[in-house]
Design a protein around this ligand. Structure first.
Ligand code: NDP
Length: 507
């Protein structure tokens, strides 16, 4: 990760900083409008001292007897211990899923399956506050995001796919859609329960059974989901949840008896999974990394665009595969946009993720913080000018100030590599053609954004962007009825919408 480039400063950094500083004085002083603390209660969250694996509808101990801690990244405190599943545990989980598939699930009518999926959706809604608090404690994201976005969207996915369970023949007319069988599903740490919903809801609505592995740093909301699945009285083995690190994930991918593998995570691991699955006849869908361009034309409503930039890169501390991490600004409005962005950034409140006023929470893990710091340092070394919020950082936990770099060229590492943190690279363009050329100049193709007052320009540019999702005059908007997925090294297959049924059906 270390760059061998020597820091260089040809005066551009100083000039860039001076230009922006002119506009900032009123905002850089400590705010007189301090917010009173508004911490969300969390004393009712009763975690068990240790969690086992949820296999065949029962909580079981891991065969090898190994456990690992789950840590609150905002405090570095251990919340609880979680089982590490071995190959033997995985084999048991896959066998339980197979039995459930053959015995109950594939024989059940869509109407009956839908009732169970609805029950899960309703139980998530009923326990939404508990889910939100746990998600924030385990992952570091601000409570207002887990409360208002992650959990409602997770419930909405179950509601949405419950609706499809008895209508598959209408989704794909003149066909006889059938489930695939047993799916192995692996999810990352950035939206733990939401990703679990994206994976489990369409799979079981279509009649498949699943073995799901959450990420090592954020297993707790998936384990709470296991409790909800018990509460919903799902037939044993339809959903199995196993915990562990990368090795457990790799063992799940190569386990005998799977018909399908669905993965969300890094492109590097996605490629390993594609190689492994190429040896078998199991189906695969991959939702991988991104380096989205957020394009601001000079005729865009700049204040709204700045809100879109903030939401695009600082939402969930930038731990978002579709984050708008490359800002492409038309040259004539570069300084105006950078100044407005700098000012707006100073109003972001960083700190205790459980405080309802917090905008920027903790970085998910020490490993991720090290990665962000190392990649941001390459921006300095390659001569870009760094701008950050001037807030104080808490003394414990993992934190990184919201940051943007100006003077970034396409060849710089911060313009090419996914940082997966609150770091924005600002590039410029002169013509729409140049904007499209630069936007598509990346191995990724997950998402993009376009900001302009002209509808015709918007449609023209959007059609030329190589990205699975393109937002027009907005960013980071999600809906269960809307498909999501990538091109190029961002993966293949779609999640969400009617398209999200296809990866789980034989048609
Ligand atoms: P990984 O791809 O390493 O992890 C994603 C999931 O896969 C986790 O559950 C992980 O387990 C598991 N896993 C790890 N190695 C293997 C393997 N060899 N076979 C099967 N499963 C495996 O991503 P990270 O979470 O480590 O993040 C690294 C980078 O990935 C980020 O910086 C970001 O660039 C990208 N990323 C992209 C995401 C997206 O939504 N597209 C989401 C998360 C990360 P465990 O976590 O327990 O090791």
């Amino acid at each position: 990760m270390k760059s061998d480039l020597k820091p260089r400063d040809n005066g551009l950094k100083a000039k860039a900083k001076a230009r922006l500083a002119l506009a900032a004085p009123a905002w850089t002083a400590p705010s007189k409008w301090e917010y009173a603390p508004a911490p969300e209660a969390h004393d009712y969250i009763k975690l068990r001292p240790r969690y086992g694996l949820f296999v065949g509808g029962k909580w079981t101990k891991p065969k090898a007897g190994r456990y690992f801690p789950s840590i609150n990244p905002a405090t570095e405190e251990t919340l609880t211990e979680v089982a590490e599943a071995s190959e033997a545990d995985i084999a048991k989980a896959v066998a339980a899923a197979r039995t459930a598939y053959d015995k109950y699930w594939r024989k059940m009518s869509g109407v009956e399956r839908a009732k169970y999926v609805y029950r899960i959706a309703r139980a998530i809604t009923e326990r939404s506050r508990e889910f939100a608090v746990l998600e924030t404690m385990d992952g570091g994201k601000p409570i207002k995001e887990s409360r208002d976005i992650d959990i409602p969207l997770a419930a909405a996915h179950f509601f949405y796919y419950a609706g499809w369970a008895d209508k598959l023949k209408w989704a794909f007319p003149n066909t006889d859609p059938r489930p695939l069988g047993v799916a192995g599903q692996i999810i990352p740490w950035n939206f733990p329960v939401l990703m679990a919903a994206w994976k489990i809801a369409p799979a079981i609505a279509c009649g498949n059974t699943v073995v799901l592995k959450p990420a090592e740093t954020t297993p707790l909301s998936a384990l709470l989901l296991a409790e909800v699945i018990e509460q919903a009285d799902l037939p044993p083995g339809v959903v199995n949840i196993i915990t562990g690190g990368g090795q457990t994930g790799a063992a799940l991918v190569s386990a005998d008896g799977l018909d399908k593998v669905a993965f969300t995570g890094s492109t590097e691991v996605g490629k390993q999974i594609a190689r492994e699955c190429a040896k078998t006849k199991r189906r695969v869908t991959l939702e991988l990394g991104g380096k989205a361009a957020n394009i601001i034309f000079d005729d865009a409503p700049l204040d709204q665009a700045v809100e879109g930039i903030i939401n695009g890169i600082f939402f969930n501390q930038g731990h978002v595969c579709c984050a708008g991490s490359r800002l492409l600004v038309q040259e004539s409005v570069h300084d105006a946009v950078a100044q407005k962005l700098y000012r707006r950034m100073q109003t972001l409140r960083l700190g205790n993720p459980l405080d309802k006023n917090t905008d920027i929470g903790a970085i998910n893990s020490k490993v991720q913080l090290d990665k962000i710091e190392a990649l941001a340092a390459t921006g300095d070394a390659e001569g870009c000018a760094r701008f950050q919020t001037e807030c104080a950082l808490p003394s414990r936990g993992y934190w990184f100030r919201p940051t943007f770099f100006t003077g970034v060229a396409l060849s710089h590492r911060i313009a090419q590599e996914e940082i997966f943190g609150p770091v924005l690279s600002v590039l410029t363009f002169r013509t729409p053609e140049e904007a499209v050329e630069k936007a598509n100049n990346t191995p990724y193709g997950l998402s993009a954004g376009v900001w302009t007052d002209k509808g015709s320009k918007n449609f023209k540019v959007v059609r030329q962007l190589e990205a699975g999702v393109v937002w027009a005059n907005t960013f980071n908007k999600f809906d269960p009825s809307s498909p999501f997925g990538g091109y190029k090294e961002s993966g293949f297959g779609r999640e969400g919408g009617v398209h999200g049924l296809l990866p789980y059906l034989e048609i």
